[in-house]
Ligand binder design. Structure first.
Ligand SMILES: Cc1cc2nc3c(=O)[nH]c(=O)nc-3n(C[C@H](O)[C@H](O)[C@H](O)COP(=O)(O)OP(=O)(O)OC[C@H]3O[C@@H](n4cnc5c(N)ncnc54)[C@H](O)[C@@H]3O)c2cc1C
Length: 387
């Protein structure tokens, strides 16, 4: 029997799951959410899932604020548990310019972000186990935190199903079907689904899918390592995300006894998202340890507890591609989040759903259109470190 759908969402990472949830909840008809492996089986599963509204562009700040609001009332809005831990975010820095901070403090303030600038003495009080020089300062954002990326994505996908969506796991879209310049369906390794609307949420695989309808997306997969350590006794459990802009490393809790840490950024060499080295090298571990121990003496001897490489779907300017793309009617994208997509994901699906219904929303996603409008400039933190 030939299947039909009103919308096929390709990819059940956090963006596909959020998109399917909001579409199904918003009454978009028969919504199919499809993933080649399963819900949260791609980069989403390895995400730091940190949510902090530090940006130079309004849409990101608005989306992250909205997503944090959803996290705070997750059970009521979505249902289930996203594993959100709202213990705040502390950035160490020597300056507050956009290139250094990746954010525009005045814009953030105007959009309702409550932050506090902390001097070196304040940093020492707030961060036991860390060393600071007097020229260093901090940015404290109390309404920030991190979630469990797998729980979040599963909760969104299950909520989509409760609202009537069909979830198809272990099924790969092998081609997008079009007649003239209009989408007519997708072909999968199990058959065909007729549809007039496809949303490409395939992360690092998005460019391959788009190529199937002649659309070229500039998305490359780049890898980056994350490392787990046993928590040193000098680093108290239960604190905020510690983001060190000076040494360009971050640290956050995983459990009472384990922390996760990584350099800011990713490597500069494209990889194949289906076949890349998922381990981290001794060189990587050593360089991370150096970065961490410049700030926390206790990290010098912290016990290595494992690590993994993950893939980021990078665009040249560090911005995602959102909206109808390439002049192919019925082909929409929500991909290319460039290492930055978890924090906005819960809310993005809502705005996309409204736009698909022909409505405008309070968040202007125009800067993420593809081809890019000339006014869209590079995200300042997208070039921080390339290894
Ligand atoms: C190590 C790491 C740490 C990060 N930390 C943060 C953070 O702290 N804060 C933050 O905001 N962001 C962070 N990010 C970025 C964020 O996690 C990603 O932007 C986000 O998870 C991307 O989700 P997605 O749904 O777009 O894509 P993905 O998670 O890539 O999901 C795409 C899905 O599409 C499926 N798919 C692909 N092709 C097909 C096909 N042909 N047929 C069917 N299914 C297909 C895949 O199987 C996959 O499940 C981090 C990323 C990484 C890798």
């Amino acid at each position: 029997m030939k299947h039909t759908a009103d919308v096929v969402v390709i990819g059940a990472g956090v963006h596909g799951a959020s998109t399917a949830f909001h579409l199904a909840k918003g009454g978009a008809g028969r919504v199919v959410l499809i993933d080649q492996y399963g819900v949260a089986s791609g980069p989403t599963a390895k995400s730091g899932a940190m949510m902090r509204p530090i940006f130079t562009e309004a849409p990101y700040i608005q989306l992250v604020q909205e997503s944090i609001g959803m996290m705070e009332r997750w059970d009521e809005i979505v249902g289930g548990d996203a594993g959100y831990v709202g213990r705040g975010f502390l950035r160490f820095t020597v300056g507050f310019g956009a290139e250094e901070l990746g954010g525009d403090l005045e814009l953030m303030r105007r959009l309702g972000v409550n932050y506090e600038v902390v001097d070196a003495a304040g940093l020492r009080t707030r961060t036991p186990g860390a060393d600071f020089v007097d020229t260093e300062q901090g940015l404290w954002i109390a309404r920030s935190g991190y979630a469990d990326p797998v729980k979040t994505t599963r909760a969104l996908a299950l909520a989509a199903v409760r609202h009537g969506a069909e979830l198809r796991e272990g099924e790969r879209v092998t081609a997008l079907l079009a007649e003239g310049s209009r989408i007519t369906g997708v072909r999968t390794d199990r058959g065909e689904i007729s549809t007039r609307l496809v949303v490409n949420c395939a992360g690092p695989w998005s460019a391959r899918l788009a190529a199937a309808v002649g659309v070229e997306l500039p998305i490359q997969a780049h890898s980056g390592g994350t490392t787990l350590f046993q928590r040193p006794l000098t680093l108290p459990e239960g604190g905020p995300i510690l983001s060190d802009g000076v040494n360009q490393v971050y640290l956050r809790d995983v459990s009472e006894s384990v922390v996760r840490a990584a350099h800011f950024g990713w490597t500069n060499h494209p990889v194949d998202p289906d076949d890349y080295d998922e381990t981290i090298s001794a060189r990587h571990l050593s360089s991370l340890r150096t970065g961490l121990s410049q700030r926390y003496q206790g990290m010098r001897r912290a016990v290595f507890a494992g690590g993994f490489a993950a893939v980021y779907d990078m665009t040249p300017d560090g911005h995602p591609i959102i909206g109808p793309v390439g002049g192919v009617e019925g082909f929409w994208c929500n991909c290319g989040w460039s290492g930055n997509g978890f924090a906005s994901a819960a809310a993005v699906g809502r705005h996309l759903t409204l736009r698909l219904a022909g409505q405008t929303t309070e968040v202007d996603l125009g800067m993420f259109a593809w081809p890019r409008p000339p006014t869209t400039t590079r995200r300042p933190d997208s070039a921080w470190i390339r290894r």
